[in-house]
Design a protein around this ligand. Structure first.
Ligand SMILES: O=C(O)C[C@H]1C=CC(=O)O1
Ligand SMILES: [Mn+2]
Length: 373
């Protein structure tokens, strides 16, 4: 008799950030995680996580809506079902519900963790096996202050915690942003790769102006300069500049990747388990990108350790991550809710070991940070 799903709990957890994190659409002082605890009839527990950025500032799902989707729509369908056939469960949810990929990702992650624990194998094995045990991780500079960003970057280079940086821009006039970026690039030098994320803030003309200046300043990559739905602008900008573009909000899943590549886009894509609807679904997108010659990058929605570990298991199965990863989410938070944090060293992070995700909840910490009302 196979184990069945007995209960699913979706818990809102609020953890302050180590400093204000300033993006084009909001400034974060706290990160909210939706932690999923899925129990089966044999007493095993699968963990999942969904995050977004700034409530509804980033996209159409909020932490609160993710919890509601899971509690009201997913849980009643999943409880009582066999836990071990993940594909059948995903087909069931796909037929009865649409969108809500953040909630879907937390559920797929919890199912994979449960399956891994049942089989005594890491999640990466369930996804075909890890090619890498240590993955490169960049850091995002987003204090909003050029001098503070430079100090932060030099400290991280010194301790070999990170050697590459992504700068969040787009909230100031284009040329002010360019000055900020160029000053940081000059301070960190040639050995550090410096990229920018505009989070859709520019129109096409501003993007053309900004990209010309950023190319001259030695910037390596420009992430989502223009609005997500304007695929044509991304294609035109990619054709105009040597400076490559990283598509983020424009590409959630394999279908989006196909559409953008078919429209003539060249560059790279930020894969995120949250956007795609789970670690396995993010890897479907990777296959399309690889076939189209689009470079791969392991992206984050600033997940805590559970979501970051799930992403790492997925990215570890890929031979080449052309632009590395940004799986630093847990380091942006003041505290963690797991017993053993991830091991960040040598400009990267180790893939966690052990069955499932290889992550265990610290019950005291969870009790402290879970939302009370
Ligand atoms: O890429 C994004 O838009 C989201 C995120 C990733 C790193 C970071 O600082 O913000
Ligand atoms: Mn981005």
């Amino acid at each position: 008799m196979s184990a069945t799903i007995q209960s699913i709990e979706a818990i809102l957890v609020d953890i302050p950030t180590i400093r204000p994190h300033k993006l084009s659409m909001t400034t974060m002082g706290v990160q909210t995680m939706v932690i999923v605890r899925m129990k089966d009839s044999e007493g095993l527990e699968g963990l999942g996580e969904a995050t977004t950025i700034g409530g509804l500032a980033y996209g159409p799902e909020s932490p609160e809506s993710v919890k509601l989707t899971i509690d009201t729509y997913f849980t009643p369908q999943l409880v009582g079902q066999r836990a071990d056939n993940i594909n059948t469960l995903k087909v069931m949810l796909n037929r009865s519900t649409r969108g809500n990929n953040l909630a879907r990702s937390a559920i797929e992650t919890a199912l994979l963790d449960l399956q891994g624990k049942r089989l005594n194998r890491p999640v990466s094995d369930l996804l075909g096996g890890a090619v890498h045990q240590h993955l490169p991780v960049l850091w995002t500079l987003a204090s909003g202050d050029t001098a503070k960003d430079i100090e932060e970057a030099l400290g991280l280079i010194e301790t070999r915690r990170h050697c590459d940086f992504k700068l969040k821009i787009g909230s100031r006039p284009v040329l002010d942003d360019v000055r900020h970026v160029a000053a940081i690039k000059a301070a960190v030098g040639d050995s550090a790769s410096v990229r920018v994320d505009v989070n859709q803030a520019w129109d096409e003309a501003s993007a053309a102006k900004g990209m010309a200046e950023l190319q001259a300043a030695g910037i390596d990559l420009v992430e989502q300069p223009t609005p997500m739905k304007d695929h044509a602008a991304l294609v035109r900008l990619a054709a105009k500049f040597h400076l490559p573009i990283l598509a983020d909000e424009a590409v959630a899943d394999a279908r989006d990747m196909y559409n953008l590549a078919a429209a003539g886009f060249s560059g790279a894509v930020a894969m995120k388990i949250a956007k795609a609807g789970g670690p396995a679904r993010a890897l479907e997108q990777a296959v399309v990108a690889q076939a189209a010659g689009v470079g791969l990058y392991g992206g984050t929605l600033l997940e805590g350790t559970i979501g970051t570990a799930a992403s790492l298991h997925a990215w570890s199965t890929l031979e080449t991550l052309h632009w590395g990863t940004e799986m630093f989410g847990p380091l942006l938070m003041k505290d963690d809710i797991v017993v053993k944090p991830l091991n960040f060293h040598d400009n990267g992070v180790d893939l966690p070991v052990g069955p499932g995700l290889g992550v265990e909840i610290d019950e005291d910490k969870l009790a402290r940070y879970r939302r009370k009302a």
